[in-house]
Design a protein around this ligand. Structure first.
Ligand code: NDP
Length: 333
């Protein structure tokens, strides 16, 4: 059972779509990782935006680059299309206090991640379109890949079509920031947020647990911390392997390993139960924690920041982290 998404590329975004930006004032709210990159790309595409930011060092950078910089409230009020590019955790308060008061019916709010909108944390006035243009790329590379024309993947969606032409605006913004060079995949705030959270809460904890468990078992078997940690990750070999996975495929890259390694990997993988405990755990994370909104409610609690600090302290005091610090000190790395 395969579900495929529609993909928009430069050649499928026509002049009519691009006209959605003509005569409309664009504002980039926040001049950080994504904001600085998307503002530069918009300008090079012929749609110079206003920049909205607090008066600080980011503002100096934006002015040096020749942008018209205003307060966030002023830029939002002047904009017909506002790109919300401040950190996710500050968006609900900032939209409520500074952005929403300046938005009028017919304007468009563009989010670069689906989390806050999907979980109901953004209060946007009626009559305002809400769309998502979410690069799957860090800000610096959003700029570099626009300049070298390599492009980057991007998720796009219309979340609220109050005007009836929100799709035109979405595709035009995606194209102007370089998002249709690599391919703008039609998605939704729900899908973008859920997949992001799923990687963070299912996939990466499982990988971290694999490394932590492998360390414990190998050390208990009598092998040295130096040998074990270098085998597991200090050598950066896993990073090399993952780079090849991206280029040559999950199994295509196996040809780079010895035949002994290939046999060991595939023989052990075949013995694992695909429908086993891991699949059940991943399904629980997806449905019970993420899609139910339980995680979002937990992370919205005022005490959640303190809990994050406590979890950091706990991780830093764990056996593998302690061993890593000692090995790094001995290796001077
Ligand atoms: P950044 O952390 O780089 O944003 C920094 C900007 O936000 C600065 O302009 C900063 O201004 C401003 N800002 C920070 N706190 C406040 C505040 N309390 N009030 C007003 N302005 C504030 O954000 P990102 O670019 O990383 O993320 C922006 C959006 O893009 C998010 O929705 C994120 O999920 C999404 N995204 C990010 C990606 C990434 O790789 N970083 C990838 C894809 C999407 P000041 O100088 O005033 O602090």
């Amino acid at each position: 059972m395969m579900a495929h998404a529609e993909i928009h590329q430069d050649r499928t975004v026509d002049a009519a779509d691009l006209a959605a930006l003509s005569g409309r004032t664009i504002a980039v709210l926040g001049f950080g990782n994504q904001g600085a990159a998307q503002a530069a790309n918009l300008r090079d595409s012929g749609h110079t935006p206003l920049v909205g930011n607090r008066e600080d060092s980011y503002v100096a950078g934006a002015r040096e680059e020749g942008f018209d910089v205003r307060s966030i409230a002023d830029a939002a009020a002047a904009a017909d299309i506002a790109l919300l590019l401040v950190p996710d955790e500050v968006q609900p308060g900032l939209v409520r206090d500074e952005v929403a008061p300046g938005l009028r019916a017919g304007d468009t709010l563009v989010v670069a991640s689906g989390y806050n909108w999907h979980f109901g944390l953004l209060e946007v006035p009626d009559g305002v379109d809400v769309v998502m243009v979410a690069p799957r790329m860090i800000g610096a590379a959003v700029r570099d890949r626009y300049v070298d024309r390599h492009g980057f993947p991007c998720f796009v969606s219309v979340e609220r079509d109050a005007t009836g032409h929100a799709w035109d605006t979405t595709l035009a913004v995606a194209r102007a920031i370089g998002g249709t060079l690599g391919g703008a995949i039609v998605s939704s705030a729900r899908e973008e947020a859920a997949l992001d959270l799923f990687s963070e809460q299912a996939v990466w904890p499982a990988i971290l647990d694999v490394v932590r468990t492998a360390h414990r078992v190998a050390v208990e078997a009598g092998f040295s911390e130096e040998a074990v940690l270098n085998e597991l990750y200090l050598s950066a070999e896993p990073a090399e392997v993952f780079a090849h996975v991206a280029r040559e495929g999950l199994f295509g890259q196996l040809g780079l390993h010895s035949r002994t390694s290939q046999y060991g990997q595939l023989r052990s993988l075949a013995a694992l139960d695909e429908q086993g405990e891991l699949a059940a755990r991943f399904a629980r994370v997806m449905h019970d924690d993420i899609l139910s909104g339980a995680f979002a409610r937990d992370w919205s609690r005022p005490e959640a920041g303190e809990r994050l600090e406590a979890l950091h302290r706990e991780a830093a005091a764990s056996p593998i982290a302690t061993a890593e610090a000692e090995v790094r000190a001995r290796l001077g790395s």
